[in-house]
Design a protein around this ligand. Structure first.
Ligand code: SF4
Length: 537
């Protein structure tokens, strides 16, 4: 079963207020369950719910009953895509699920996941991917050299993602198992990936040798679960067992669970997962994301004290760091903003009047907290600066005497090629502007960022086990030739997940789009901003 159908809203107010500026997007959550006797579709549904923050453009679930795989996917939130009848039709003993945050321009049904592909032995494989590959052009050539593999399946149906290439390559050869095919293929796949995939009989989970994105293994009473974050395990009642190791592939079927190393571990976990991306209740490599963020706030206060009256967060992502800042500075912590929790993504377009409200649709100031006070406002990061400009303006309009902006990550100066679609390099406000200039642009009385050392120390991870490329420009996974992955984006400011045109031997140009897969920190807020918010003061 593959289906697209009429979109239905859930009554929530849309955040897509400015179609001209889709903002940095791209994120994915992956989930897999092997649990005979359980309602695997509903387990996957609730697992995806817990991972909704990692992808809000489309959602899908594939289920296997041992004979056939059925998949249902559509555009929208998990709650919009699935209902009782749909989930009831997805029967079996295992399932994989995916929620996607696509790159602008490739947010289409054909690119929703899980992707389906045929295997050489007349089976089916369903695959969900979180991350971003850096050698898509090479993978496309591998697909093209595979007899017929590119003329069928999802690529033929218009899927333009790197994920579809991997699915096509899992087709393999007759007589060779999908497990063996995957173990040979995975070392050739370069970039950031967490794959959760299955055949009719076996569930697989694989993490790239750098472990850029998180992937965890959990235990149910009668089965196993793999998921992007621990919160999804807790939501479905699974206990955390361990992380899937970098360079490891796990297979789960009626013979039990087995682990194979397909590549040597070269850890380079994304430090931005600690700063912003992961849920605060996640733990990555044994370190609580929440505690990391609180510690970032403490260190920020030690590095950049200021005379002020109150500390407030930009909700929700700035909250743990604001707690830490208040604790270390001795200043009172207050909630200076109230967030409208129901501003999400739906298909209801706002009226022109609502558009003009901009970010005020999402955030209201508490005047009693800020009026007449010197306010420290803590946020996790600055990408373009537009959101912070709007925030400062709101605080000043509400009567704040001074606004001091504190940021719990260093300046973002470089694009991410491993799955975060922040913005183009040209759009990054810290690319070319100093701290004082940025403070002036956003209208703040002062601005300070945590140091790189402070951020890393707060994660309690060795520096050499982390990727910090968007802050430092030091990319831990070699970026192949610019034609193969669009290196020109570093120089020209072209989109970081730009489509990669590849000319085949037959002269036909094929375009491969990166899956992307993590949202930029201001992905939602950017869509709410008005033209005034985007204009430097
Ligand atoms: S470049 Fe930044 S966002 Fe991308 S993986 Fe590295 S640390 Fe994470």
């Amino acid at each position: 079963m593959i289906s697209a159908r009429t979109r239905r809203g859930d009554g929530r107010l849309t955040a897509a207020l400015d179609p001209q500026d889709a903002g940095p997007q791209d994120e994915c959550g992956v989930f897999g369950v092997w649990a005979p006797g359980e309602d695997v579709a509903k387990l996957t549904y609730y697992g995806l719910y817990a991972l909704q923050h990692r992808g809000q453009e489309s959602a899908g679930i594939a289920a296997s009953d041992g004979k056939r795989i059925a998949v249902y996917k559509d555009m929208g939130l998990v709650s919009q895509v699935f209902d009782e009848p749909t989930l009831s039709a997805l029967t079996g003993h295992m399932a994989v699920g995916h929620c996607r945050y696509s790159t602008t321009g490739v947010n289409k049904w054909a690119n929703a996941q899980p992707t389906l592909g045929a295997t050489a032995d007349d089976g089916t494989v369903a695959l969900a991917h979180n991350g971003n590959l850096v050698n898509s052009a090479e993978l496309l050539r591998m697909v093209e050299s595979t007899d017929g593999a590119h003329t069928r399946g999802e690529i033929k149906q218009g899927n333009t993602t790197d994920t579809a290439l991997v699915t096509a390559l899992l087709h393999g050869e007759p007589g060779i198992s999908v497990e063996a095919t995957a173990l040979e293929l995975l070392p050739k796949v370069r970039g950031a990936y967490c794959f959760v995939f299955m055949t009719e009989h076996t569930l697989y989970a694989a993490r790239d040798p750098h472990g850029v994105r998180p992937l965890v293994l959990g235990r149910l009473e009668r089965g196993w679960v793999v998921a992007s974050e621990q919160a999804a395990l807790a939501t479905v009642g699974a206990s955390f067992i361990r992380e899937v190791e970098p360079g490891e592939m796990i297979a789960i079927d009626e013979d039990g669970i087995r682990s194979t190393r397909f590549a040597e571990e070269q850890p380079a976990g994304c430090v931005f997962e600690y700063v912003y991306l992961a849920r605060p209740d996640a733990a990555i490599n044994g370190r609580s994301v929440y505690e990391s963020r609180v510690e970032m706030g403490r260190r920020l206060a030690q590095e950049h004290p200021v005379e002020a009256d109150v500390v407030i967060p930009v909700p929700e992502s700035g909250t743990p760091a604001a707690v830490g800042y208040a604790e270390a500075s001795g200043l009172p912590f207050r909630q200076g903003f109230v967030k409208n929790a129901y501003v999400g993504r739906t298909f209801i377009q706002p009226s022109q009047t609502l558009r003009q409200l901009g970010i005020r649709l999402k955030l209201n100031v508490q005047p009693s907290v800020v009026a007449g006070r010197r306010v420290v406002v803590v946020d996790d990061s600055i990408v373009r600066g537009n959101t912070q400009r709007a925030i400062v303006r709101m605080l000043k309009e509400a009567g704040a005497a001074e606004v001091h902006v504190k940021i719990s990550s260093p300046p973002v100066k470089w694009p991410c090629f491993y799955g975060i679609d922040f913005a183009t390099r040209a759009e990054l406000i810290a690319n070319g502007a100093g701290v004082a200039e940025i403070a002036s642009s956003i209208g703040a009385d002062s601005l300070a960022y945590i140091s790189e050392e402070g951020m890393i120390a707060a994660t309690e991870q060795p520096r050499e086990r982390l990727c910090t490329a968007c802050f430092t420009g030091r990319y831990p996974i070699e970026l192949v030739d610019e034609k193969e992955r669009g290196k020109a984006v570093l120089e020209t400011g072209a989109p970081t997940t730009a489509a990669t045109p590849v000319v085949g031997e037959d002269g036909i140009v094929t375009t491969v789009t990166s899956t992307g897969c993590e949202p930029g920190p201001d992905a939602e807020d950017e869509k709410l901003l008005t033209e005034t918010d985007r204009t430097p003061l």
